[in-house]
Design a protein around this ligand. Structure first.
Ligand SMILES: NC(=O)c1ccc[n+]([C@@H]2O[C@H](COP(=O)([O-])OP(=O)(O)OC[C@H]3O[C@@H](n4cnc5c(N)ncnc54)[C@H](OP(=O)(O)O)[C@@H]3O)[C@@H](O)[C@H]2O)c1
Length: 370
């Protein structure tokens, strides 16, 4: 019989398979989480499944349905990267299904923070006599659903700042020109990233300077919602951002929204929402609260120095994704972040690196805010 370390290694290998299956739901399951599941009998995978689309059957349901020898279920282990649900949502509770199949052991990656689950799925299984192990590849399981976790724990979307900069930390020249700093491979990667986020967010200044479309074009994938912060509705109607390829939501200040302009945007399918803008600054918390209300789980910020720094200063950024090109603009270029009010080294904003890799000639760096 296998000892505890062997069993752990086996559990990790099957959980890794769950994570591989789970990411197949990227871009199609939000605002649901990405979940994969495998059913194992005596070390052999006899069933696999993943949550394929929002509102569709959960991973455990698909994994159990794929088992060709159901008589083996009462002697099998089910692996799943997120706690099985315990409530009636768009589908019946997965924990009840597992109990009904008489599967004796369930291995869970991490607990579901959803207020209707939050440990109840695990309790339901244990009460029915199922042996449940929790936390196998726990960190990785949390990480792949970081947007879902943030949304439920913080009541706002997961926010990633994407910055394309020179090696000396500049995002535009002194004239404001920023096309192109990074190479084709980095730009393709940005399109892939966009397709995995629910929304991409930019500012009025960057929309005017760059006239970017902010769509997914160079790869397959779903178009994220485009979010424009335009307090005074000054971005021209002809901007590419208002094109029909994707939906656009504009946040503006209540006192600056002329009905005629709102109507013109409306005729292009663009919705305008007003948020408080005390002392001439739009409330970023207000923006994120409204996006959360609309079930947007993740936002990629593609803005310039001032807005990116505002997200950092207000502690509303979770992750940084830097594309660093091997070129220099010098000190008169625009820095990637405006002031963070840091006067002493001990006041710095601290991050943890989570990955680096080459994107063509550029370096891609990912880091999490502490
Ligand atoms: N290389 C890159 O990755 C990259 C990406 C994007 C942009 N860029 C470049 O960056 C330059 C623009 O940068 P920028 O610093 O001038 O503009 P920005 O940061 O994109 O946007 C500034 C605007 O954001 C809003 N804003 C600023 N602070 C805010 C706060 N605390 N709370 C809420 N809203 C706030 C204001 O818009 P309202 O006045 O409407 O309130 C402000 O005018 C351009 O040259 C562009 O090409 C480079």
């Amino acid at each position: 019989m296998a000892g505890a370390p062997d069993m752990m290694r086996g559990d990790e290998a099957f959980m890794r398979r769950c994570l591989e299956l789970a990411v197949r739901g990227a871009g199609t399951v939000s605002p649901n989480p990405m979940v994969g599941s495998v059913v194992v009998h005596e070390g052999r995978v006899i069933g696999e499944g993943w949550h394929e689309r929002y509102g569709g059957p959960h991973a455990e349901v698909n994994a159990i349905a794929s088992v060709r020898e159901p008589e083996l279920l009462p002697a099998s282990t089910l692996y799943v990267n997120l706690e099985p649900c315990s409530h009636f949502g768009k589908t019946p509770p997965c924990s009840d299904l597992i109990v009904s199949t008489k599967i004796p052991r369930v291995v869970v990656g991490c607990v579901d923070p959803h207020e209707k689950v939050a440990g109840r799925g695990i309790t339901r299984l244990r009460e029915a006599g199922v042996d449940v192990s929790v936390g196998i590849l726990g960190e990785e399981s949390e990480r792949i659903n970081e947007a879902f976790m943030t949304s439920h724990r913080k009541g706002r979307p997961f926010v990633m700042l994407k910055i394309a900069q020179t090696l000396d930390g500049r995002i535009a020249t002194s004239l404001g020109a920023s096309k192109w700093i990074t190479g084709e491979e980095s730009r393709l990667e940005v399109h892939r990233l966009r397709s995995r986020f629910d929304a991409v967010l930019t500012s009025s200044s960057t929309a005017v300077f760059d006239d970017a479309e902010l769509t997914v074009r160079h790869c397959e994938g779903r178009q994220p919602l485009r979010v424009l912060l335009d307090r005074q509705l000054r971005v021209p109607l002809e901007s590419k951002l208002f094109g029909p390829e994707a939906r656009t939501l504009v946040f503006a200040s209540a006192d600056a929204t002329e009905p005629a302009r709102v109507a013109m945007l409306g005729s292009r399918g663009v919705e305008v929402v007003t948020v408080p803008s005390p002392s001439g600054r739009m409330s970023l918390q207000g923006v994120l609260a409204e996006l959360h209300r609309r079930r947007v789980l993740s936002v990629m910020v593609e803005a310039g120095s001032s807005l990116a720094a505002a997200f950092v200063r207000e502690r509303l950024a979770d992750k940084l994704c830097l594309f660093v090109a091997p070129r220099l603009f010098g000190g008169d270029g625009l820095p990637s972040l405006a002031s963070l009010d840091v006067l002493l080294p001990g006041q710095s904003v601290n991050l943890r690196f989570s990955g680096t890799r080459m994107a063509g000639m550029d370096l891609m760096i990912e880091a999490y805010f502490d």
